[in-house]
Design a protein around this ligand. Structure first.
Ligand code: G4P
Length: 530
């Protein structure tokens, strides 16, 4: 080990790169804002929303987002708390954009699951949880909206345990709920934290240290019935739930559950303290041949997301890169493994909550934005020379296929180019049928068509319609050149090429696909492109 490795380790170990997963409306935006408030990254609550409004006002294509009240674009927010550097990766909440969300989850080391106290586990929470589980991502749970009528805490814990097959342990215990919600007893630090309903957007006072749940101080600070219920419930919870176990949490088997009310800034400090103390630092990243350890001296990273620049006048993209190892410095040269080219990192950006800032340096675990003109694609690796191929970045089979038709037929070529660019960005799959002049676009959620149409109109100046097709699904075909040719000769009308020129079979129905697989067993029909 070089001396640099030794000095880097604490800097890297202090990084907490995480995402919030939740069902729409559970309170992710509100919690994000409060996390930033505690991290000193914003001065006043409301800034996250205000920033969103500004951005929306600036770019026309976000109209769809404004209309739907959803966040299409993801971003990264970096802030500090108690000596740790937090990188919070935002994920779009709407299920149509889950593809993007899934990819973002490959770049985090842990997640916070936000649950609405009245609703419990909802469909989207569950889906996202499953993705985290696939990668053994540790999850802390935040039960939000305790200031409203909430379900019984035992009931909620039981539901998490049963539906997600996860051990649960309360990190704090709620005292009452709804109108009668007074605060929480912090079981990890033994302190009483009371909620002040009057100062929603200010940092609430620190909790009151106690010697345990039987501390007589509690009798002075809480109404009699509340103390009695608290003691009784905590005793029951301790009997029913396993104690907090760091290893079990970090392996993704156990979730500590925090109760709170994001809108009242309540429970947020305890959650952050929990993450600072227990959430894992940067994890090794799986790659072909070997895992890449964050402590390795050489810089490496992978692209997990590509976003078109917000400014419609520029065709620039930003590739979001998760640094897997090393100490990155601005101006350094990195090898783009797919093309073999050296790229000089002239203008990398770090995402310091309010604004993008030019990054001078960054470490394993951090997220960098690298401006480029389309050379960086999802899954690409950047290294100091080694040919690393990172694994585990999911690609999804397009389930909905529509035909893209420009209003002005003279614009067909331009439309094709726009679609190819959007495909490179990962916004959709595009297929050029061999026997038809119109492109077929494949997505996983129907709202993606609207967003695409809007972007093509505003960013490329091409009014476009998406029309239904009778197509059932698309499969990438792999095999020897000779086998591919034989198959293609007999199936021209069902063949297309994607933006990279890879052959794709467009099936009209399940039988059509099955028949093709049976008649050409030497070929592979793949749901996703490797
Ligand atoms: P999301 O990003 O997960 O979709 O949720 P978001 O934070 O936007 O919150 C959804 C709604 O829930 C918002 O109300 C928000 O104010 C409210 N909310 C969030 N946390 C709490 C909480 O702790 N207690 C209560 N009572 N409400 C909470 P809205 O009416 O949809 O929007 P707004 O007009 O308040 O902005």
């Amino acid at each position: 080990m070089s001396p640099r490795d030794v000095t880097l380790t604490p800097t890297i170990a202090n990084r907490r790169t995480f995402a919030i997963i939740s069902h729409p409306d559970a309170g992710k935006t509100t919690l994000t804002e409060k996390l930033l408030l505690f991290g000193g990254a914003i001065q006043a609550a409301g800034a996250v929303k205000a920033r969103g409004e500004q951005r929306r006002a600036r770019s026309d294509w976000m109209k769809v987002e404004r209309e739907r009240g959803i966040s299409v674009a993801s971003s990264v927010m970096t802030y500090a708390f108690e000596g740790r550097t937090f990188n919070l990766l935002d994920t779009p909440g709407h299920e149509d954009f889950s593809e993007d969300t899934y990819r973002t989850l490959t770049a985090v080391d842990s997640a916070v699951m936000v649950i609405d106290a009245a609703k419990g586990i909802e469909a989207q929470t569950r889906k996202l949880f499953e993705v985290c589980r696939l990668r053994d991502v540790p999850i802390a749970t935040f039960v939000n909206k305790m200031d409203r009528e909430a379900r019984d805490p035992f009931d909620l814990l039981d539901e998490i345990e049963q539906t997600l097959a996860l051990d649960v342990t309360p990190a704090s215990w709620p005292i009452g709920s709804g109108q009668g919600f007074l605060g929480c007893y912090d079981l990890l630090r033994d302190q009483l934290v009371l909620m002040d309903r009057k100062s929603r957007s200010e940092l609430p006072a620190e909790g009151e240290r106690c010697a345990g749940i039987d501390d007589p101080k509690l009798d002075r600070l809480l109404p009699g019935h509340a103390v009695a219920t608290l003691r009784e419930q905590v005793e029951m919870a301790r009997g029913l739930c396993p104690p907090f176990d760091l290893q079990s949490y970090r392996e993704g088997h156990l979730t500590p559950v925090f109760f709170g009310s994001a809108i009242n800034s309540f429970g947020v400090r305890e959650l952050l303290q929990g993450l600072a103390e227990f959430a894992p630092g940067p994890r090794p990243q799986p790659a072909q041949a070997r895992d890449v350890d964050p402590g390795e001296g050489a810089v490496s990273g992978f692209v997990f997301k590509v976003q078109a620049n917000m400014d419609p006048k520029h065709r620039d993209r930003i590739a979001f890169v998760r640094l897997a190892s090393g100490h990155f410095r601005r101006g350094m040269k990195l090898k783009h493994v797919r093309s073999g080219k050296q790229l000089t990192m002239h203008n990398p950006v770090l995402f310091l909550a309010q604004d993008r800032e030019l990054a001078q340096e960054a470490w394993a675990g951090d997220i960098l934005g690298i401006p480029n003109h389309g050379s960086l694609r999802i899954g690409d690796a950047l290294t100091e020379g080694e040919d690393i191929v990172f694994r585990g970045i999911p690609s999804f089979a397009p389930e909905l296929l529509q035909r893209a038709r420009p209003d002005d037929p003279m614009k067909a070529k331009h439309l094709g180019r726009a679609l190819e660019q959007l495909a490179e960005e990962g916004a959709a799959r595009v297929f050029k049928p061999r026997m038809d002049a119109n492109w077929i676009v494949g997505v996983v959620g129907p709202l993606q068509f609207e967003v695409l149409a809007d972007r093509i109109r505003t960013e490329y100046g091409i009014p476009v319609r998406f029309e239904p097709t009778a197509l059932y699904t698309a499969r990438w075909i792999e095999g020897s050149a000779a086998d591919l040719k034989t198959f293609a000769d007999g199936n021209q009308s069902a063949l297309a090429d994607d933006h990279d020129g890879s052959p794709v079979f467009l099936a009209r129905n399940a039988w059509h696909l099955q028949n093709a697989e049976e008649t050409a067993p030497e070929l592979k029909f793949l749901k996703t492109k490797g």
